[in-house]
Design a protein around this ligand. Structure first.
Ligand code: FNR
Length: 182
């Protein structure tokens, strides 16, 4: 059983991506695993001058990531890329140079958009960043999710039309995590 950090790239209270991430953790494939949602909204704006004296919220994020077996990024697409709040969190935990918390952690990338592209372009940008951070990232299946009525049930689970596909994605992610266990 694994401990997984979930990083949601939206701070919006009713965020579709947060709702989706929570529903993801209720899938049968998630049973027995431990999911911890990272708090990226309390991080300061990244400033390299603070590298030698990182804020407690930054230290907490790094410790959380280090204690995990893998990371799932659930992100919206903003202007065909990832939201600044997500990049801010990634940059924080990657520093100071040589002390990145991300290195070697298996990653999954998934996201929900109201647009037909389903966060495909944001995910592609994110993959570029994760490659540089030396995070082995699930290549397939890809999961570009469009927000539609019924995607999330009133009970907060993934709707029946998508549960099989998303469950398969989660199983593939856990297989990646297993391959990278020490
Ligand atoms: C968007 N949205 C959006 N959608 C998309 O498919 N491609 C895009 O490039 C963008 N760009 C974009 C920029 C900004 C600044 C905002 C606020 C929104 C729409 C986006 O998919 C929608 O707002 C989602 O609801 C955002 O995800 P959360 O916050 O619901 O998780």
């Amino acid at each position: 059983m694994s401990k997984i950090v979930v990083v949601v790239g939206s701070l919006r209270a009713e965020s579709y991506n947060r709702q989706f991430a929570q529903a993801l953790t209720r899938l049968p494939a998630a049973t027995g695993h431990d999911f911890v949602f990272a708090d990226i909204g309390s991080l300061p704006l990244y400033d390299q001058d603070d590298d030698a004296d990182q804020a407690q919220s930054v230290k907490d994020l790094k410790e959380l990531v280090r204690s995990s077996d893998g990371v799932i990024f659930v992100t919206p697409e903003y202007n065909r890329s990832i939201p600044g709040v997500l990049k801010n969190a990634i940059d924080h935990a990657s520093r100071p140079y040589g002390d990145s918390a991300w290195a070697g952690k298996p990653a999954g990338v998934i996201g929900v958009s109201i647009g037909a592209v389903g966060t495909a372009l944001a995910q592609q940008h994110l993959r570029n960043v994760l490659a540089y951070l030396d995070m082995p990232t699930l290549g397939a299946p890809e999961a570009f999710i469009q927000w539609k009525d019924g995607l999330i049930t009133p009970e907060g689970t993934i709707g029946e039309q998508s549960a099989g596909f998303v469950g398969g994605w989660l199983e593939a992610f856990f297989a990646l995590v297993d391959r990278h266990q020490d």
